[in-house]
Design a protein around this ligand. Structure first.
Ligand code: PMP
Length: 369
């Protein structure tokens, strides 16, 4: 993220009167706080609490069994021994990138994709390049979100899925939002069809809480040992307390019901924001998402004076912030003008008010044109 945008967003985040529509945070209303406290008490009060002890880098066996069960329910037969528990999906991405992509290599991505992945690739000297579907034998891998993309919130088309599998390239399959499709469980992961070259990346950040820092990686079997070593070198093991809490939580029978509740909750929030935007900014284009936390919007007059930075400044002055589109683009382009608005962490009246404030900022900017 360019320094100026980051400075503006950080400053805005500290201001109580600014409605933060960026960031992609899960709803604080949906953290299963009571269940997490009970799980915490349970694992810490054990006579010899493994949750507080050093453990093996691959992660707790019981948790890996639960993750394997969950992946089976999505149609991917994964053995617990093939799962590496990581500090969130972010570390899973880092381990996969480390194993596949040497400094100086190129990685293919969607034309808009998760900024945290783009930043990670660039920091490791890997150049992200938008994938056109054309053969690219010199690329180290393709980074995709087949079930629910970030920022657009839609699944990869069948055609793109087939094209990707036929490309023969190694694949980083980021399933961060895969359990949060509004219409039910996500599609069969790509790793079920090409386990020998797909690195599957999962997380409990969006479905339980990001503060737990528990995610996972399923690398192709021949990369497993190297992945465990890379993980161990980075931080010895994922947070033992977080792992134990998640494992304990998953032993209850609540997770499937919880996912259903979350899907309905986030769909309602998405509708609310969509109707606010349609009302306040009728010319702006967006597709209604199939899942996830956000809308990707393209204003009707893409040449706004001052560009996205000008719009962000005006928006913050009006009391609303958003994620500028350039952060999602492999080439950092801020044209055509686009932005991400998250509906996930805000209440319905804040969503409506956020859209109103953004429309005021847009009118001010447009008047200058
Ligand atoms: N992938 C995507 C697509 C994400 O949106 C995020 C979080 N914003 C991550 C990975 C990282 O998630 P985690 O908290 O599990 O590290």
């Amino acid at each position: 993220m360019p320094d100026e945008i980051e400075t503006l967003l950080r400053k805005a985040a500290g201001e109580r009167n600014v409605i933060a529509m960026g960031g992609g945070l899960p709803s604080p209303r949906q953290f299963p706080r009571r269940a997490l406290v009970e799980a915490l008490a349970d694992v810490v009060l054990q006579p010899a609490p493994q949750a507080l002890q050093y453990a093996w880098p691959e992660g707790a066996e019981g948790l890996r069994e639960r993750i394997a069960e969950h992946m089976r329910s999505r149609g991917a037969a994964v053995e617990p021994d093939h799962i590496l528990v990581t500090s969130g999906a972010q570390q899973a991405l880092m381990v996969a990138a480390q194993l596949l992509c040497p400094r100086g290599s190129r990685i293919l991505t969607d034309p808009e994709t998760y900024p945290g992945a783009l930043e990670l690739f660039r920091a490791r000297g890997i150049t992200p390049v938008p994938w056109t579907g054309a053969p690219s034998p010199d690329a180290c891998a393709v980074y995709v979100m087949p079930a629910v993309g970030n920022p657009r919130g839609v699944a990869m088309s069948e055609e793109a899925r087939h094209g990707l599998l036929a490309s023969g390239l190694p694949i980083l399959e980021d399933d961060a939002y895969g359990d949060l499709r509004f219409d039910g469980p996500g599609p069969r992961p790509l790793c079920a069809d090409a386990a020998d070259r797909v690195f599957f990346i999962g997380t409990f950040s969006k479905t339980l809480a990001p503060g737990l820092r528990v995610g996972w990686l399923v690398p192709p079997e021949r990369f497993l040992e190297a992945a465990v070593r890379a993980k161990r070198d980075a931080d010895l093991q994922a947070n033992g307390l977080g792992q134990a809490i998640v494992e304990r939580y998953l032993q209850g029978d609540d997770f499937a019901r919880r996912l259903e509740k979350l899907r309905a909750f986030y769909r309602r929030r998405a509708r609310r924001l969509a109707s606010g935007v349609r009302r306040e900014l009728p010319g702006w284009r967006f597709g209604f998402p199939e899942g996830g936390f956000a809308l990707w919007l393209e204003p009707d007059a893409p040449d706004c004076p001052g560009g996205e930075l000008g719009l962000l400044r005006a928006a913050i002055e009006e009391g609303v912030s958003f994620d500028p589109g350039s952060g999602f683009r492999p080439d950092r382009a801020s044209h055509p003008l686009a932005l991400r608005l998250c509906f996930s962490a805000l209440d319905p009246d804040e969503l409506a008010e956020g859209a109103r404030r953004l429309a005021r900022a847009w009118r001010r900017i447009s008047a200058r044109a």
